[in-house]
Design a protein around this ligand. Structure first.
Ligand SMILES: NC(=O)c1ccc[n+]([C@@H]2O[C@H](COP(=O)([O-])OP(=O)(O)OC[C@H]3O[C@@H](n4cnc5c(N)ncnc54)[C@H](OP(=O)(O)O)[C@@H]3O)[C@@H](O)[C@H]2O)c1
Length: 337
């Protein structure tokens, strides 16, 4: 079968299509005929061994997000039938509860082979059925960015109706956070480098929009727009580039979900504000199967659709990654198998 993998060395040039033997489902396992995959920012770092010595030895099949039809069911599996459409979990060893070293040990497309393959065999306990109203590319976007946004806002953040949520930029995680915050009845402030993208964010329900290029000191603007002392919950994806502004935006007792470090991971922030404002800084790294199931129920019940910017063909993974790196996208970039 065809796979798209980092082949013989950790460089972008070694990212290519290869061949692997077709796997079969053993006891307790299911085999997925993959239908679509989706990209995340971290996939840009994988071919350069950006996650260090924990990564699987080469060759490594790319991407953590995907959806497939079950086409083989191993003995002892009662929960699934041939034809069911499911996503494999980002963390195959995190069924639920608090994070632990064991729960965070294996993620797809990094410490284990990912979704850019014709067939995947995984334990039946590590897949989640997808909402029926989503097409394949939409369904493929759920395992990483959507589960991350859900865990940040709901499992850890306990955002409720009337809260104000600030999302940074219009990438995958932030647009899921915008959509989930609206489902929860929250007000949303969205930042972006582009007025055109902010217009689209308003169409998705953003109540207040701020261009972080033309308003670099956006923290105070967001705090004033939120009222009641500031923003209740910030979805922080910039890190070095943005945490200072987030600390100015957040209300006393508010929360900042530390999700990404797009602007760098080493910084000099006004940490006194964390102390004097009782701010909760919560690290988030995707989530568990329980988080995925709860999120899927909300998506199915609400009819919400993930924002897919563009879908590329299987052979065009490199082009898709270049497009992601360009930052021109709004929402998710997908691959059709
Ligand atoms: N911890 C986790 O569980 C987890 C899970 C998924 C992703 N992440 C991390 O979260 C971050 C976002 O991931 P993603 O997949 O959503 O990325 P993405 O789809 O590539 O989104 C990137 C967007 O973020 C905005 N942005 C870029 N640099 C920025 C900066 N310095 N300050 C503010 N906004 C900035 C831009 O939006 P505009 O074009 O609108 O300006 C850009 O389009 C990455 O660091 C990723 O590794 C973490």
């Amino acid at each position: 079968m065809r796979v798209f993998q980092v082949d013989t060395a950790w460089t972008d040039e070694n990212l290519r299509i290869g061949e692997r033997p077709e796997p079969t489902a053993g006891p307790g396992e299911v085999r997925l005929k993959m239908l679509a995959s989706a990209l995340n920012y971290r996939d840009l770092l994988v071919p350069r061994r950006g996650y260090g010595s924990r990564m699987q030895a080469l060759p490594l099949i790319m991407l953590s997000d995907g959806v497939g039809h079950i086409d083989q069911v191993g003995s002892g599996v009662d929960a699934y039938r041939i034809g069911d459409r499911v996503c494999p979990l980002f963390f195959s060893t995190w069924p639920g509860g608090e994070p632990s070293a064991e729960h965070l040990a294996y993620s797809l497309g990094c410490e284990s082979d990912g979704t850019m393959t014709e067939y995947m065999v995984v334990p039946a306990s590590t897949v989640v059925p997808v909402p029926a109203h989503l097409d394949d590319t939409e369904a493929a976007t759920l395992p990483t960015a959507a589960v991350t946004a859900w865990r940040a806002l709901v499992t850890e953040g306990r955002v409720t109706a009337g809260d104000t949520v600030l999302v940074q930029g219009t990438g995958g995680v932030s647009l899921f956070a915008l959509q989930f915050a609206k489902l929860l009845g929250a007000r949303v402030i969205c930042t972006s480098s582009s007025d055109e993208k902010l217009e689209r964010a308003r169409e998705l329900g953003a109540d207040v929009t701020i261009n972080y290029r033309s308003t670099p000191e956006w923290g105070r603007v967001a705090r004033d727009a939120a009222g009641s002392g500031g923003v209740d919950h910030v979805i922080e994806v910039g890190g070095q580039g943005t945490l200072t502004q987030s600390l100015r935006a957040v209300r006393p007792g508010g929360a900042i979900s530390m999700i990404g470090v797009l602007g760098g991971s080493v910084m000099d922030a006004p940490l006194g504000l964390v102390v004097t404002r009782h701010v909760r800084l919560q690290g988030i790294t995707v989530g568990s199967r329980e988080d995925f199931l709860a999120m899927s129920r909300a998506v199915a019940h609400s009819g919400m659709r993930p924002v897919v910017d563009r879908a590329f063909a299987f052979e065009q993974l490199r082009e898709a990654m270049q497009y992601l790196a360009s930052g021109r996208h709004f929402g998710k970039i997908c691959i059709r198998h």
